[in-house]
Structures are given as C-alpha cells and as structure tokens.
Design a protein around this ligand. Sequence first.
Ligand code: COA
Length: 173
Amino acid sequence: MSDSRYFFPVLVEIIPAKADQEPILANLMEFYAHDFSEFVELELGPDGRFGYNSLSLYWKEPGRYPFLIKAGGTLAGFALIQEGPGISGGDPVWDMAEFFIIRGRRRRGIGMKAAHELWRRFPGKWEVRVRERNRGAKEFWAGAIAAFTGQIVPPTAFQKNGVLWQVFSFLSD
Ligand SMILES: CC(C)(COP(=O)(O)OP(=O)(O)OC[C@H]1O[C@@H](n2cnc3c(N)ncnc32)[C@H](O)[C@@H]1OP(=O)(O)O)[C@@H](O)C(=O)NCCC(=O)NCCS
C-alpha cells in the first residue's frame, strides 16, 4: 500500500522558541535523552526524568538560540544552537549543540530541511559534532552537509573525556 506521506513535500518550519515555550523543549529533550541513553550513560533522576541542566540558559545567555521544528504544522523536533570557540578553540563558530526529530517523523527529509534552514539563517563557520557511536546521525550529517555545501566534507575525529567524536566543519555563506 502506498503512503502519501512519502510523496508530498512537507512544509518544515523553524520557530524560535520563546521563554514561555521552555517546557515544550524540556519535554522533547526527554525523548532525545532517552534515545541517547542507548549509547551514553545517562541516569534518570528520581522524578523519572533525565533533565537537561543548561536548557534555561538558552533564554538567559547571549549566543544561544533555541528552536522548535514543525513539519506539516505540527511539532516534530527541536534544535539548540550556540556560538562558541569551536573544538580547536579558535574563531567563534556556530555549533549545533542539540538536534532532534521525533521517531515517528524520521526518514522523511524533515531533519535535512530543518538543518539546511538553520545553516542558512546563521551564515559563517559551522561545527557539527557527533558521537562516533551515533552511526545513524553521522550518516545523516554527512549527507545533509554534502547536500548543503555541494561537496563531501570529511569529518575530523577527536576525543574528549574518553568519548570519541567526529566533527564536521564547513562554511555557510
Ligand atoms: C539524526 C536525525 C536528526 C535524522 O533526522 P531525519 O528527519 O530522520 O533525517 P532525514 O529524513 O532528513 O534524513 C536524510 C538522510 O540522512 C540519512 N539518514 C538519516 N537518518 C539515518 C540513520 N538513522 N541511519 C543512516 N542514515 C540516516 C539518510 O541518507 C537519509 O535519507 P533517506 O531517508 O532518503 O535514506 C534523527 O534520526 C534524530 O533525531 N536522531 C536522534 C537524535 C540525534 O542523534 N541527533 C543528532 C545529534 S548529533
């Protein structure tokens, strides 16, 4: 049976999250953390939530940008962007701190469209870090960045606190 969801392009919207929408981000963050708990040691708190300590900083500190991602008019994920020194500690870069599409909406191009729109909105140097063990996300970023820049961008491996990462560095202009 054919599924029309795969044939009609869906409108993907990137919506800056306001401070009163922090609880929405906090809810989505739980799903994200649950996904990550498959390969990162994350402990649930006694309240049954993973929590994300620095979430409220996104409405308090400069250089932090929280977004909700909607697809076809309904909530499908979120992105957190921050400006920082980058892994080499050089010039400031845009860092895709967290990025998430809910499971039921995956593999429909929503993540790719959302990432491209975010990169367009923040021109300049970008870094996208991904844990080596997060193989699906690594494939996703490699493809999304190649489609955005028009070239293959090989990631660089680095290690921090015993965790292996890959980082993609590229320019949005
Ligand atoms: C990674 C993630 C954002 C991808 O979102 P998505 O909306 O499913 O991605 P898209 O549909 O735009 O995928 C575009 C292409 O990326 C690649 N891709 C996406 N997910 C993939 C996976 N799990 N394994 C391998 N390739 C993948 C495919 O080439 C895909 O095209 P195809 O579906 O035609 O094969 C989503 O799976 C997610 O939120 N994962 C959990 C959180 C996470 O790991 N975030 C990244 C942190 S670094």
